[in-house]
Design a protein around this ligand. Structure first.
Ligand SMILES: Nc1ncnc2c1ncn2[C@@H]1O[C@H](COP(=O)(O)OP(=O)(O)O)[C@@H](O)[C@H]1O
Ligand SMILES: [Mg+2]
Length: 445
């Protein structure tokens, strides 16, 4: 099996060293950076198929190295070149001129990082721009999401399984779809199935198909998911829910590339890439004997961990604005933005349902908001406290209630009627509260 497809790598040959943030931003749009010592540019080796752009980082190139780099660019004059200037330089020194003349564009970083990325994205060598790269459909620019996007670019062209992990609503399916769309299988089908949503007795037939008469009700031969996705990608969502017999069949797909339809013992070749997702800890399922260890190892070759939204709070507002814009494009309404209170509330919230929850709350808010700005109440985020704080508040409330009850009983010499009058509640309520707080009347007396 050819593991790496023909998809080209994108490589920026960087004369000098980009900052870590610049490197991360480039990786997130699919550019690997290879740093080159400007004094030894001859050391650059180029792989024929890669898309390559030279970046001359004039922030760091010593005067001594200018000649060597210029000569290198002349020897590689088929390569597109970009220059990075120190910010605030209005007239570059004349010694830079030959290099700048060879470059198609120049930028000051990090100020114009975006411009550099766009320049790379729209580079004529590219067949697609990054703006419509499927990885860009994962909105957000937190470091965690940049790392996720960088992994997408790395994993997509490799024809091996990827195990996508993460809490519900973190974008596991979106990421799996991006992996498919960025792979050599993009022109074939992407078939997703939620393994937990199929009745256990139908899983085998759903995934691998069945022959006519294989079981009661099997009136026709039916192709399963794996055959239907031929040439493409199968995405097994909640793979931890797969029954053990189906796990065995899946292992055979991964090891031998064959399936058997239910009711047949004829192995059939299938050509699919398997992506799987889980929100549960598969290692634990393996330890408890609910998931085959060998299957786990096969699926877990490449792992993509989707970060929870609360771990990348920087993305919350970006996503909220994005979802509101998207919603308004389809349903014009009054709400055109978020009040500052709403922004604060969104950033403070811990988003147990992650991006899906944010999407749902924003859509709902866009519908119910009366004003031009969405308020916390529209998002239903008014009294929402993190779960731990809620629990704390609840137990404090209970304690106060108990203290008040005991105090009222004491002050009224444990006369229930007097205590009820004092507390302005009924006698029944006093008895109920005593039961609730395990206050035994004779015992305190
Ligand atoms: N980074 C993101 N940018 C834009 N939309 C996102 C992002 N992450 C998730 N979504 C959206 O949130 C919803 C839930 O994502 P999904 O992939 O179904 O999550 P999961 O499979 O992890 O439960 C989908 O509508 C998806 O398009
Ligand atoms: Mg999902």
């Amino acid at each position: 099996m050819a593991v790496v497809s023909d998809i080209q790598a994108r490589c920026a040959i960087w004369f000098g060293q980009p900052l870590a943030t610049e490197r991360a931003a480039l990786a997130a749009v699919g550019w690997q950076v290879r740093s080159v010592d400007p004094l030894q540019p001859q050391a650059v080796g180029l792989r024929g198929r890669d898309q390559v752009v030279g970046v001359i980082d004039l922030r760091q190139i010593p005067a001594l190295a200018l000649t060597a780099v210029t000569e290198w660019t002349q020897r590689h004059d088929h390569l597109p070149l970009l220059a990075v200037l120190p910010s605030g330089v209005s007239s570059p020194p004349p010694s830079w001129q030959p290099l700048l003349d060879a470059c198609q564009g120049h930028f000051s970083l990090p100020l114009e990082q975006q411009a550099l990325l766009e320049q790379l994205a729209h580079h004529p060598q590219h067949t697609s721009t990054d703006a419509d790269s499927p990885a860009q459909r994962l909105i957000g620019d937190s470091p965690a999401l940049l790392a996720t996007r960088a992994s997408l670019f790395k994993f997509a062209p490799v024809d091996l399984p990827v195990l996508v992990t993460g809490e519900t609503g973190t974008g596991k399916e979106l990421a799996a779809h991006a992996l498919h769309a960025m792979s050599a299988r993009a022109d074939h089908r992407f078939m997703a199935v939620n393994c937990g949503a199929i009745p256990a007795n139908l899983v085998q037939s759903e995934l691998f198909g069945h022959e006519r008469g294989a079981f009661t009700g099997a009136a026709q031969r039916r192709l399963g998911l794996f055959e239907s996705a031929s040439g493409g990608t199968v995405f097994l969502d909640e793979v931890g829910d797969l029954p053990l017999d189906a796990q065995t069949s899946l292992l055979r797909v991964l090891q031998e590339g064959t399936i058997e339809r239910v009711g047949s013992s004829q192995p059939l070749r299938v050509d699919v890439r398997v992506l799987a997702a889980t929100h549960v800890d598969l290692e634990q399922a393996v330890a408890q004997g609910r998931f085959r260890r060998d299957l786990f190892y096969r699926l877990n070759v490449l792992r993509l961990a989707m970060p929870a939204l609360r771990e990348r709070s920087g993305d919350v507002l970006v996503l909220a604005e994005h979802f509101l814009r998207q919603f308004r494009a389809r349903h014009p309404g009054r709400a055109r933005g978020f009040s500052s209170c709403a922004r604060q509330a969104m950033q403070r919230f811990d988003w147990p349902g992650n991006v899906r929850e944010l999407l749902n709350r924003v859509q709902r808010a866009a519908i119910v908001a009366d004003g031009e700005l969405i308020e916390p109440s529209d998002l239903d985020l008014v009294a929402t406290l993190p779960a731990a704080a809620r629990a704390l508040l609840q137990s404090a409330r209970e304690q106060v209630e108990r203290d008040l009850l005991v105090q009222a009983l004491r002050e009224n010499e444990f006369n229930v009627s007097a205590c009820a009058r004092h507390m302005q509640v009924s006698r029944v309520t006093v008895y109920r509260l005593c039961r609730k707080h395990q206050v035994e009347l004779p015992a305190i007396r």
